[in-house]
Write a protein that binds this ligand. Structure first.
Ligand SMILES: Nc1ncnc2c1ncn2[C@@H]1O[C@H](COP(=O)(O)OP(=O)(O)OP(=O)(O)O)[C@@H](O)[C@H]1O
Ligand SMILES: [Mg+2]
Length: 320
């Protein structure tokens, strides 16, 4: 579906992509997860034929994104981070216009609009000006717009930025239905919970793919559990742990370590360490933990992981 080889993109001084290889399979939900400035939008834009690569090749459905640009454009739907719908028009009229733009006759365009609005649960809100819809409804309308041409592949760039958690779940539930119906979905995000809905995830940092696998396999790479401690003196605790064969992750504001068997080692730490511990949490590794381990820094963005203990257990979100 998508085949990327040796992709390099240079802007004046910045090398935004530094040799990216990846392949997306048909019907797959594929996430590109990384922090601000990692190169996500750059890769998205090249695949969506909006920018040309400096080196390397990218093919979508077998068409080269440069020489086969028009064929790629016919086969894809795009959702941008920025709104593309006309806010003064109703949702229905937005879709109708898209349909006409793609060469459908009026009756067919109307029918297509109704189909998509119903499918996305927007039928009731479809006749109001788009600007009066909720943030979540407007994002779904962006998705609806991308579906008018019945694309085989969807490209989404930070499609839910700024939405609350419930609206994001609703959005991804719809995307999952589209994928279940056989469409391929390539999306970028810096929310790790969103990447969890993907079949496979590429972690991108500073223009390079640092890992590519299923969410489960990525987390399994860390092995065991993640222990977080809050103590009277984290620097001293860090030193003590290091001296006792437990290597805390370097960097980061919090004291965190990955261990194959937290339950076996924690009681001894709490008993023997001469620094007072205020809080302990043990969690399954998150994608953020994996990213931190691989790159030495977090995903950042506007949904930082709180330093305190997080809701326990694996959180697969509600959209799978
Ligand atoms: N048109 C441009 N001209 C110069 N530099 C650019 C341009 N677009 C992006 N960059 C730089 O390329 C790098 C990658 O940017 P890109 O927008 O691809 O990142 P991103 O992963 O999408 O980040 P974000 O999460 O903030 O959207 C950044 O250092 C950015 O400043
Ligand atoms: Mg971006």
């Amino acid at each position: 579906m998508v085949d990327v080889r040796g992709l390099v993109k240079r802007y004046d001084k910045v090398e935004a992509l530094r040799g990216v290889d990846l392949a997306v399979r048909a019907g797959e939900r594929f996430a590109l997860l990384g922090p601000n400035g990692a190169g996500k939008t750059t890769l998205f834009s090249i695949l969506a034929t909006l920018r040309a690569p400096s080196e390397g090749t990218a093919r979508v459905l077998g068409h080269d994104v440069v020489t086969g640009r028009d064929a790629v454009r016919r086969a894809m739907g795009i959702v941008f981070q920025e709104p593309a719908i006309e806010q003064r028009l109703s949702g229905r009229d937005n879709l109708l216009l898209m349909g006409l733009f793609y060469g459908l006759k009026t009756a067919a365009a109307r029918q297509r609009a109704t189909e998509i609005l119903t499918q996305l649960g927007l039928a009731d809100a479809a006749d109001r000006p788009a600007r009066t819809l909720s943030g979540g409804q407007r994002r779904k309308l962006e998705l609806a717009r991308a579906l008018v041409s019945d694309p085989r592949i969807l490209f989404l760039d930070e499609a839910t930025l700024g939405l609350d958690v419930d609206s994001r779940r609703g959005f991804w539930a719809q995307v999952s239905l589209l994928a279940a119906a056989g469409r391929t979905v390539f999306f970028t995000t810096h929310y790790m919970e969103e990447a969890e809905v993907a079949d496979r995830i590429a972690l991108i940092d500073a223009g390079r793919i640092v890992a590519l696998d299923t969410p489960r396999a990525l987390k399994a790479r860390l092995g065991g559990g993640v222990i977080r401690l809050q103590t009277d003196d984290d620097a001293q605790a860090r030193e003590w742990l290091g001296a006792h064969g437990l290597a805390p992750e370097p960097g980061g504001q919090e004291l965190m370590l990955v261990h194959a068997d937290p339950a076996a080692v924690l009681p001894e730490v709490l008993r023997a360490m001469p620094i007072k511990v205020h809080r302990v949490s043990v969690n399954e590794p998150s994608l953020e933990d994996v990213f931190l381990k691989l790159t030495g820094r977090g995903l950042g963005g506007d949904a930082p992981v709180p330093a305190g203990p997080r809701a326990g257990g694996p959180n697969r979100g509600g959209a799978s």
